[in-house]
Structures are given as C-alpha cells and as structure tokens.
Design a protein around this ligand. Sequence first.
Ligand SMILES: C=C1C[C@]23C[C@@]1(O)CC[C@H]2[C@@]12CCC[C@@](C)(C(=O)O1)[C@H]2[C@@H]3C(=O)O
Ligand SMILES: O=C(O)CCC(=O)C(=O)O
Ligand SMILES: [Fe+2]
Length: 353
Amino acid sequence: MASELSDTLKSLPSHHFQDFYTLKELPESHAWKPVDDDLCPFGHHDMVAEQVPVVDLSDPTAERLIEHACRTWGVFQIINHGIPTRLLDDIESACQRLFSLPMHRKLRAAREPDGTAGYGPAVISSFFPKKLWSEGFTIFGSPLEHARQLWPNDYMKFCDIIGEYKKEMKQLAQKLTWLMLSPLGITQEDVKWAGPEGEFEGASAALQLNSYPTCPDPNRAMGLAAHTDSTLITILFQNNIAGLQVLREGFGWVTVSPIPRGLTINVGDMLHIMSNGLYPSVLHRATVNLTRHRLSVAYLFGPPWEAHVSPISKVVDSDHPPLYRAVTLREYREMRAEHFDKALSLVRLRAPN
Ligand SMILES: C=C1C[C@]23C[C@@]1(O)CC[C@H]2[C@@]12CCC[C@@](C)(C(=O)O1)[C@H]2[C@@H]3C(=O)O
Ligand SMILES: O=C(O)CCC(=O)C(=O)O
Ligand SMILES: [Fe+2]
C-alpha cells in the first residue's frame, strides 16, 4: 500500500497532495500568521451583534429580505428551502466516505495538473505562499469515471447521490437567482441567456466537496483562503461545524453560524457584474478546527460558458453607468486562473459615481 502511494505520488507533477490525517504538528509549509489577528481589520467592533441574515423561504417577504441581504452582505442563509433532509444527510455521508479513503485511493481520482475535476487542493492554493489545510473534490458533469476509480466495486451509490443533489440544487439555484434579480426589476426578457422560461437551461454548474480535517494548530492554519466565487451564486451546505467566515465591510470577518439543514447563499462575481455592483460578491474563507472534521459542499451555479454577461440595462442609467464590460464565464475563469482576485478589477470600466 505504501509503495502504491509513493508510486502514485511520483507520477504526479509538483502538485501538492497532503495526507493531513497523519500529521501531529502543523508543518511550517502550512503555518499562516494567526488567523485571529485579522479578525477585525477595520478596528474593534462588537462582532456578536453582526449576524449573516437568515431568510425563511416560506416567508412572503423573503424577496425583500434577500434583496437587502444581497445589497449589504452579499450572503445570506436560507431555511425552509425544500431540499429533503435525507438528501443532505446522504451528501454528508458521501463526503465522509470519500475523504476517509486512504490517500493512495483518493489519488487515483487526482485532478490532472491542467484539469478541473477530481481530487486535490483548492485551485486557488497556488496563489498563496502557505499551503491550505483542506482537500477538495470537484465535479463537472458526471462523477462516474472518478467514482469508479475510488470505489471499483461500489461506485453507483456515490453517483446516485451526486446526481440527485445536483438536480435539486439546480432547481433551487434557478429559483434563488430570480428571487435575487426580481427586486432589481430584472425580468426574463432582460437575461436572454436565461432561456424563454427563465429556466437557465444552459447554465454551468459544478459541485465542490470540501474537507477540512482536524488540525493540531487551527489558529495558525487556513482551510480555504479568502476569495470570492466566480459564480452567479453559490449554494453551500456545511456539516453543522462552524468555519465559514465572510468579510463584512466596516466590521471584519463574521462567522456564518451553522443552522442545522440551513444553506448559505453567496453572491458570486458574475452576479456582481450583472447587478452593476449593487450586489457585491462576498469575500469569504474557511477556518479549521482542533477536534472536528468539517465538511462542506458548494454548488457553483454560473451562466452558460459562452454567454456574454454584462450589467443589465435595468440597473444602468446616466447616473449609474455600466461599471463592467461584457465578459463570458470562460474568459473570466481564464482571467481568474492567471490573476485570481484581480480578475474583477480587470473587467471594470470605471469607479462608481
Ligand atoms: C467552477 C469552479 C469555481 C471554482 C473553480 C471551479 O472551476 C471549480 C472549483 C471552484 C472553487 C471551489 C473552492 C473555491 C474556489 C475559489 C476554488 O479554488 O475552486 C472556487 C472556484 C471559483 O469560484 O472560481
Ligand atoms: O467550506 C466553506 O465553508 C467554504 C467553501 C467555499 O468557499 C467554496 O467551496 O467555494
Ligand atoms: Fe467559495
């Protein structure tokens, strides 16, 4: 088994795969400056008072609450969203099964150096001098091939859960996107690429399974470094263990308190552009834990790869000129791959009035 692992590692290029489960101390390569130091980069505030908004989707005023949350935070949590509890339990178990596999098995499904799908560190890790305390598994389209490599005799269970989860998430993402766009006066006619029924048929979607193993020195480690998502919206499920933090302008990092069976919705860069900056994409990161293995599942919902995304005319006038040029998701992801957090400013035309 040990030789299978070293053979696999030898055949993989400089890509960094870390077996966290064997480490008793935090290696220097993973030691960030204590994450608590920058809890409040804007000075001292009463952090307890600030809570990410929670929206009950069965509330008739949900749309207004969502609009307010998107304008002020770029993130909110939802309850009563209609995703079956059983499915959330299933996806959590599927993550546990995957990440608890021995390293040599996970490496069979390793992401290729220039690839996008499979097992490996977060793609943004290459932009940071220190390594992240996390591992991920990215799914575009069908997970069948990778699932076969991971569980040669029992891969269908994983595929079925992923298939069902993606289907439910797609419907929820469509509904949420309209709940977010409607208060800005944006309708189906304004978003040609959303299709005649506004069903976002050609939308791009990916599923990112994240694992944050227990860490011997959590205050000096970083699970996932600060980033915005390059999506329209992201729907995040976390396994009831705190770790996700969002940056609230003027306050600092605020922890998103897990709500059992709740989901967190992030505004991504594509929605930021479409809304002409009215809905800012949220900067977020994930911390790690001494005793509890945290898992999260991000459904990354975007426009079709080749659709031109630009500020929608309904939110543009002479007082509010377009702040961003049109860009396709394909072009934007290429810019992110090269320039990471500078990508949004690279498509920016001017500063707001
Ligand atoms: C669809 C995508 C968004 C993502 C890059 C990717 O191609 C697949 C993984 C996604 C993810 C998840 C963790 C955070 C993130 C910044 C990363 O490193 O990989 C996002 C990427 C993104 O939003 O650009
Ligand atoms: O694990 C989390 O809470 C954050 C995950 C995340 O930001 C992502 O997958 O894009
Ligand atoms: Fe994210």
